[in-house]
Design a protein around this ligand. Structure first.
Ligand code: NAP
Length: 295
């Protein structure tokens, strides 16, 4: 199938490569040449704009950073909406606002273009391995059309409901991921401050009810103090802001999510926006003093 891919960052790059491996003809757009070259080397066609990508594609996938970026790529000058044919589908796999998603789906529908929101979980490792969990919002028949393409990048693919429902599921995912990462950071900080071997604490916890993939992957990054992203702190900060905005609109108290949002605010404010989200432990270490945080 002719598939388009826009946004070739930490996630987009390996996802696009998996689509080529899956036998699809790929048209790509990336803002920076160095992100496009590896795809071209694997047989993808580089395009000059999101509009050009959409003109070549039955399905156009978007994987950029934040809500304004998706709006620019889809609705902006030289955006997808100006190139996509009626009947084609836009699949937004970025994590963005559910309400903005519904509004974009409506604008695309006015031109006969279908849209599904299909945000993912599973991190850079899941993107490389093609094992992402994908949460889809949109019409059931459109979901069925895009499913074979999504199967090239993901393993668990769930149709949640209408447009925006996929993004709501992803917001739910980010509450669990965010609160867990904070819990792991607190546990390892307590171990270290007590003079106990934090690595052994993690080993023990991995075998009991405290097990989580986050304790495994992010816990290891915290132990090694290696914060190469991964998932940039500024993006998790953005996700917690989405969660709290939705909660605000609904008149809902989500106290643990609010706390995690503050920790990411502190991390980004300390100049660590580009570090992996496991670096959230550094906020606790700075507060703890006693030389716990490395420079
Ligand atoms: P990333 O490495 O920062 O990549 C984002 C890409 O989007 C970059 O290539 C960037 O271009 C491009 N981009 C941003 N704004 C753009 C715009 N206005 N026009 C054109 N291109 C634009 O981020 P990522 O980790 O791949 O994350 C992408 C999305 O997936 C985010 O919504 C994130 O929350 C979500 N996500 C990430 C993970 C993870 O573990 N990393 C997991 C699940 C979901 P430049 O290269 O020019 O900056």
């Amino acid at each position: 199938m002719n598939v388009g891919f826009i946004g070739l960052g930490i996630m987009g790059q390996p996802m696009a490569l998996n689509l080529v491996k899956g036998g699809h003809t790929l048209a790509v757009y990336g803002r920076r040449a160095e992100t496009v070259q590896p795809l071209e080397a694997n047989g993808a066609t580089a395009c000059g704009s999101p509009r050009d990508v959409a003109a070549k594609s039955e399905i156009t996938i978007v994987m950029v950073s934040d809500t304004p970026d998706v709006e620019q790529v889809i609705l902006g000058e030289n955006g997808v909406i100006h190139g996509a044919r009626p009947g084609s589908v836009v699949v937004d796999m970025s994590t963005i606002s559910p309400s903005a998603t519904r509004a974009m789906a409506k604008k695309l529908a006015e031109k006969g273009i279908e849209m599904v929101d299909a945000p993912v979980s599973g991190g850079d490792i899941g993107a490389i391995q093609g094992t992402l969990s994908i949460m889809v919002g949109g019409k059931p028949e459109v979901f069925e059309r895009v499913k074979p393409v999504l199967e090239c990048v993901g393993k668990t693919i769930v149709h949640i409901g209408p447009n925006g429902a996929g993004q709501v599921a992803k917001a739910c995912n980010q509450i669990v991921a965010g609160v867990t990462i904070q819990a792991v950071a607190e546990a390892l900080t307590l171990a270290r401050a007590s003079g106990v071997d934090a690595g052994k604490v993690r080993d023990a916890l991995l075998g009991g009810f405290a097990y989580s993939r986050i304790l495994e992957v992010h816990g290891k990054r915290m132990l090694d103090r290696v914060y190469k992203p991964g998932f940039k702190a500024k993006l998790h900060q953005k996700d917690m802001a989405i969660v709290l905005r939705e909660a605000h609109q609904l008149g809902l108290a989500l106290p643990a999510a609010a706390l995690v949002a503050q920790q990411f605010n502190a991390m980004v404010g300390a100049g660590e926006a580009e570090l992996d989200n496991s670096g959230i432990i550094r906020v606790l270490e700075r507060a703890a003093g006693r030389g716990m945080v490395e420079a």
